[in-house]
Design a binder for this molecule. Structure first.
Ligand SMILES: *[C@@H]1O[C@H](CO)[C@@H](O)[C@H](O)[C@H]1NC(C)=O
Ligand SMILES: *[C@@H]1O[C@H](CO)[C@@H](O)[C@H](O)[C@H]1NC(C)=O
Ligand SMILES: *[C@@H]1O[C@H](CO)[C@@H](O)[C@H](O)[C@H]1NC(C)=O
Ligand SMILES: *[C@@H]1O[C@H](CO)[C@@H](O)[C@H](O)[C@H]1NC(C)=O
Ligand SMILES: *[C@@H]1O[C@H](CO)[C@@H](O)[C@H](O)[C@H]1NC(C)=O
Length: 422
């Protein structure tokens, strides 16, 4: 059954009529019946109906456009691209490590001696449909005269670099550059007048970990209501991709600053990780609502990037971690315990309640299978390793970050799918 109305069939300046109220009631009734699928299709129109209902009906202009900005098609109805499995694919990776000069040495696994390459030859296959093929020239043409920005922590930086690697081959050597100014890294495609940027803000809000280089602070403090501190640098961006997660996982309550970092006597309250994270999510959505034009821009949020620090979590032997792992977890019911269902719950809950058009990149579960895709010991080390460490590689394996090329290219394929085929 298909609803036989569309927003454009409404009168231009509708009065509050019983007809409209009946119509609204009907929309909500159908939405209720068809649950999530219906919400995906009509969620935005519904949200705008409900918000204009609570203010006034004299602004029908606020009704959403039929088509999201940048969309050129649609993903097959009912297909959740985040639900699927990993398949071997020898046509991967989409670029070679040695061919992309922008990968930071913390992620160049082959250069640092990784002996296996299977982690590069995997493709994400959604259960219900195929992902559209990543089209670098379409992406670059779309970015002409525009700014795209990733905002968040080092995991988001990895996705940023992956995207630059996926695109840079199409740009001649003398027509591209990458520069860093404090928290901001800017890749410029000169002939396209396009930039792809990364902004370091691991909590999104102001914190004492905001220095882009020196940010290893044990006693982390986040300032409440401070998103504009960083947000002023995101204004005017056309496509935004946020993430934040890892830095909240301190294992203890979060310290939240109420005043300013300059106050001599700081007023600090402690919040549970969940409450603190929820506060940040709400700040992000409020910022998006006030600063992004839903007719012209798109905003994405990447869910938690899982880590693989304890092999017992996937039935491995005690004391192990991602070190020496060369294949994904093949249990389709595996859910990485570390990535905390509670945080996913908060993301789901906050997004559901929100009227702000922001697209979730739900990369948590699909990445959870990829115990083989971390940088492990095959990366530039921050400091020289001791003999004791060298004798026991498990002790210094990085099971948080991901090799490039690798898993994060898939995150960008999903971003591509959600941008052009929402
Ligand atoms: C969005 O586009 C519609 C027409 O599609 C227009 O009426 C409305 O004013 C626009 N909203 C904003 C915030 O620019
Ligand atoms: C990629 O996008 C360009 C438009 O920028 C289009 O001309 C081309 O046909 C696309 N390639 C594929 C394989 O779809
Ligand atoms: C280049 O892009 C910026 C937006 O990023 C825009 O403001 C500017 O007008 C563009 N310049 C040209 C020459 O197209
Ligand atoms: C790494 O894996 C190989 C083969 O799976 C195994 O023989 C070796 O003992 C493992 N090494 C460690 C340190 O776990
Ligand atoms: C993310 O995707 C997984 C796997 O499809 C699903 O179980 C989970 O509910 C999703 N989370 C949200 C917030 O949509």
């Amino acid at each position: 059954m298909k609803p036989s109305f569309s927003p454009s069939s409404l009168p231009r300046k509708p009065p509050i009529s019983p007809y409209l109220i009946t119509l609204l009631a009907f929309i909500f009734f159908v939405a209720f019946l068809y649950g999530e699928d219906f919400m995906c299709l009509f969620g935005q129109q519904l949200q705008l109906y409900s918000s204009s209902y609570s203010t006034s009906f004299s602004t029908p202009e606020r009704i959403k456009p039929q088509k999201l900005p940048f969309a050129i098609g649609k993903t097959e109805e009912g297909c959740d691209v985040f639900s699927g499995s990993w398949v071997k694919d020898e046509s991967r990776p989409l670029y070679e490590e040695s061919e992309c000069p922008y990968i930071q040495p913390q992620l160049t696994c082959q250069e640092h001696g990784r002996p296996d390459k299977d982690y590069q030859h995997r493709r994400w296959q959604p259960h219900g449909c195929d992902l559209p093929e990543f089209n670098a020239s379409l992406m670059l043409e779309t970015l002409r005269g525009k700014r795209m920005m990733f905002v968040g922590d080092s995991l988001n930086r990895g996705q940023y670099v992956s995207l630059v690697c996926l695109l840079h081959r199409l740009i001649p050597e003398d027509a591209k550059s990458m520069e860093t100014f404090d928290s901001l890294t800017v890749f410029t495609a000169k002939e396209y007048n396009a930039t792809i940027e990364f902004y370091w803000a691991p909590f999104l809000l102001e914190s004492n970990s905001d220095n882009a280089v020196i940010h290893r602070v044990n006693d982390r403090i986040v300032r409440k209501g401070s998103i504009n501190k960083h947000g002023k640098h995101w204004k005017g961006v056309d496509i935004l991709v946020f993430n934040t997660y890892l830095w909240w996982m301190t294992g203890i309550d979060m310290k939240i600053l109420l005043g300013s970092f300059d106050d001599e006597e700081k007023e600090i309250v402690e919040l549970s990780t969940e409450d603190a994270y929820r506060m940040a999510m709400k700040s992000m959505l409020r910022w998006v609502k006030l600063n992004m034009d839903p007719n012209k821009t798109r905003v994405f949020f990447a869910s938690m990037s899982p880590s693989h620090g304890k092999s017992i979590e996937w039935g491995g032997k005690e004391g192990g971690n991602c070190y020496n792992q060369t294949s994904p977890i093949d249990d389709p019911t595996y859910w990485d315990p570390e990535s905390r269902k509670s945080i996913m719950g908060i993301i789901g809950e906050v997004f559901k309640k929100s009227k702000v058009p922001i697209t979730l990149l739900n990369i948590t579960e699909l990445s959870g299978y990829r115990k083989d895709a971390h940088t492990s010991i095959y990366k530039k080390q921050w400091s020289p390793l001791t003999a004791e460490q060298l004798a026991n590689p498990v002790s210094y394996a990085d099971c948080v970050h991901w090799c490039l090329p690798g898993l994060q290219d898939t995150w960008n394929e999903l971003l591509f799918a959600k941008l052009f085929y929402p």
